[in-house]
Design a protein around this ligand. Structure first.
Ligand code: BGC
Length: 743
């Protein structure tokens, strides 16, 4: 009988867990044949790549998506595989997570999703997405974390750490500059180095350098005329060079177009390529992938050595050791109470109370007799649709059902009127769930019915907004207009005429035009919030939960108020051959509040336009209680390259309900050799307070918070001189300032 010790000695190095991983990788690599190496760098099915069976590395399975684990599709087709064990919990879409402004929620999100992925046998989740919300028309903004690089960075790091703590790789996407959808395969983004590094890259950089993401997905679009899935600057120079990334670069599905570039420019794993080049693809065409037999031939013919190949394989083996070969992983579980609790908590914390005149909310159900719920979004499932993040859920609580439950507790009649018809299709990519919402009545009849029922109701609560169908917040298409679809504006106006106690709950991942905003006393941003949607919304509307979400983007009044649109810099200009559309980000670093903050004089002198103030500012979000944010006190008036300043800010809950406030710290550079935004978010903290309670929030910054990207030297640079720390509860609610100096 062999002793344990003898057994360990006979283990090949690559299997010996006592040996450092890098040595195990070397050993495994030295044992692999050319065919085995070529096999691991490209897909073998829609969502898997092979391991190295001979050596005991299992197949590598990945799956969408950022908000829950996508149901299985067939081996080589997009149709549902029809499994009975792939109904998941849908977590809130990432705009909602960002709106919590609570990194602990991101950690919880990542951990819960990781457990679901483990149960489903997925070693990598294709997410999270951190593309910047540059325009409210961006179809996939709902999947991303808003407009601000600092907020997105603080939220993406714990998400990745939580996910990877379960032995499941993140695949942060879509790197980079994939800020709109309609022409995502043809857009060549033209952007200044400053905007690239200050706005569009920081969240990816944080994902790599702080969270240590194991995977990263290249974007479909081009930058400097090269596709981002094999872009030399993006992948070789910035990601792998400057940021020392040691993980794998995965192509977006069908994002690889050129064999030589794929070999040389940093792509490690090719997925989803449509190899016939005419339609959406040939059957089982994996051997024809760029990183498959063609590449092998080039090596055999001497065009390439195995230098590039070995680097790719090394990274993939590292990924295997981190995931499929990692034996310390916990077991996963699906649809647990804890996952539903996490989904609910994140949703409740992310819902934003945009407006609440005369404290119309929370609903006073104790003193009500009848409420009217209006709108298709009260009865429509939102976890199905929108593209690759679409899910098959075990359950989704609809707003109307949850409102019914709340009303029944107080013996209040909960009436419903459809109000409008949007999209009655309740299935997507073969997943059909939920009750039928077919409707035969005309728009006029629906409007009339809603108005009639609204008369005399104690409250009218409209659940409207977008719905993830084509052009209404979805992958592959941008929205065609900023206004609400399906005649919702007319509906709201008609309802306001007969009932003043109206609440509009907007379901979307983007801002929408609200021409009636001053007539509607209460407005709530309800996002796409997953399995517990109805429950979360009802708990906020009825006051069981005090809202504490803050907008992760600027809510412009009109589309033209957003920099990209004010400057006509969307969607770009087609080249003569109609193959590429150049999209110049003319607003540069002035995205979101950085644009809205520009004084009118500066807007007109610099850009020759004038835009109006946002309807709701970045960072805005109300509560059912009130807070007093006191004067910030700095522990020093001077900062040096190696020191930090801590600002202490007293926050008091001055109302009668427990609640959370998010203290935001923006930095303003008083004088600089380059253009700088009026202010930039550099620290924040959410604090929970009982009525009357006071706490001191401490926010610390270092010299990084003062830096800009210097295009001349390609370095971050902080110039000495005067700065101001602006503290407040929204980007337009600055309550205190502190001046300091960088020496
Ligand atoms: C999307 C990715 C997704 C992939 C796989 C692509 O079309 O852009 O975000 O992960 O498909 O479904």
């Amino acid at each position: 009988m062999m002793t344990a010790c003898a057994q360990a000695q006979s283990l090949p190095k690559y299997l010996d867990e006592t040996i450092p991983v890098e040595q195990r990788i070397d050993d495994a690599l030295s044992r692999m044949t050319l065919d085995e190496k070529i096999a691991v760098i490209h897909a073998q099915s829609k969502f898997s790549s092979p391991g190295v069976k001979r050596l005991g590395f299992p197949d590598f399975w990945t799956d969408d998506g950022p908000h829950g684990v996508r149901p299985d599709v067939l081996w080589d087709e997009w149709e549902q595989a029809g499994q009975s064990n792939d109904s998941c919990v849908a977590f809130p879409a990432l705009t909602c997570l960002a709106a919590t402004w609570n990194p602990q929620m991101a950690r919880l999100y990542g951990e819960s999703l990781g457990e679901e992925a483990l149960y489903r046998g997925k070693a990598m989740i294709l997410g999270p997405g951190v593309n910047i919300n540059r325009t409210p028309l961006g179809g996939r903004n709902f999947e991303y974390m808003g407009e601000d690089p600092w907020l997105a960075s603080r939220m993406v790091v714990p998400y990745i750490q939580g996910l990877q703590s379960k032995g499941v790789a993140a695949c942060v996407k879509h790197y980079a500059l994939n800020n709109d959808e309609e022409y995502r395969h043809q857009v060549n983004v033209v952007v200044s180095d400053r905007a690239l590094h200050e706005i569009y890259l920081p969240a990816f950089k944080a994902a790599v350098t702080e969270a240590g993401t194991w995977g990263l997905m290249g974007a479909y679009n081009l930058y400097k005329d090269q596709h981002n899935c094999h872009n030399n600057i993006m992948l070789n120079q910035i990601l792998k060079g400057d940021w020392h990334y040691d993980g794998v670069v995965v192509s977006d599905w069908g994002g690889c177009h050129d064999t030589d570039q794929a070999i040389r420019n940093g792509l490690d794993m090719e997925f989803g390529t449509w190899t016939d080049g005419l339609t959406m693809g040939a059957t089982n065409a994996y051997d024809n992938y760029h990183l498959a037999l063609g590449y092998k031939r080039m090596i055999q013919e001497g065009k390439y050595t195995t230098k590039e190949l070995d680097d790719k394989v090394r990274r993939i083996l590292r990924l295997f050791y981190r995931t499929t070969m990692q034996r310390q992983k916990p077991y996963g579980f699906l649809c647990s109470d804890s996952h539903y609790e996490a989904a609910l908590k994140i949703a409740q914390e992310g819902i934003v109370l945009l407006k609440n005149d005369c404290n119309l909310l929370p609903l006073d159900l104790k003193n009500a007799k009848r409420i009217l719920v209006v709108g298709e979004n009260a009865i429509k499932m939102m976890t199905v649709g929108g593209g690759s993040s679409s899910l098959k859920v075990q359950r989704e609580i609809l707003p109307l059902d949850a409102m019914n439950v709340q009303c029944s507790m107080f013996n209040v009649q909960c009436d419903y009127a459809r109000g409008y018809v949007g999209d009655t299709v309740q299935s997507y990519n073969g997943v059909t769930v939920g009750r039928s919402i077919a409707e035969t009545r005309s728009a006029d009849e629906l409007l009339k019915e809603a108005v009639e029922r609204a008369r005399g109701a104690d409250y009218v609560i409209v659940f409207g907004g977008l719905n993830k169908s084509n052009y209404q917040d979805c992958e592959g298409h941008d929205r065609k207009e900023y206004g609400l679809p399906y005649g919702q504006d007319a509906l709201v106006e008609a309802l306001v005429n007969v009932n003043k106690n109206i609440v509009f709950v907007n379901i979307s991942g983007n801002a929408v035009a609200m021409p009636w905003a001053d007539k509607v006393p209460a407005i709530v941003q309800g996002w796409f919030i997953g399995s517990e949607a109805g429950e979360a919304l009802a708990s906020v509307l009825c006051g069981d939960v005090n809202p504490s979400g803050k907008l992760p983007f600027t809510w412009f009044q009109r589309l033209e108020d957003c920099g990209a649109h004010a400057l006509g810099a969307f969607p770009g200009t087609w080249r003569e051959d109609y193959k590429i559309i150049d999209e110049e980000y003319k607003e540069g670093i002035y995205v979101g509040y950085r644009w809205a903050d520009l004084p009118p004089k500066v807007q007109s002198s610099k850009f020759n336009v004038q835009t109006s103030k946002p309807l709701f500012a970045f960072g805005h979000g109300l509560s059912y209680t009130t807070f007093k944010v006191g004067k910030p006190i700095a522990n020093s008036q001077k900062l040096t390259a190696n020191s930090q300043i801590t600002f202490t800010i007293p926050v008091t809950n001055t109302g009668s309900r427990a609640g959370s406030e998010t203290v935001q710290l923006y930095i303003s550079d008083k004088k600089a050799s380059v253009d700088r935004p009026v202010k930039e978010l550099k620290a924040f903290q959410k604090v929970f307070l009982q009525p009357g309670e006071m706490r001191e929030v401490e926010l610390t910054i270092g010299v990084d918070a003062l830096s800009f990207y210097d295009e001349a030297t390609h370095q971050w640079k902080a110039e000495s001189g005067k700065f101001e720390a602006l503290v407040g509860t929204a980007s337009d609610q600055i309550t205190g300032k502190c001046e300091f100096e960088l020496k």
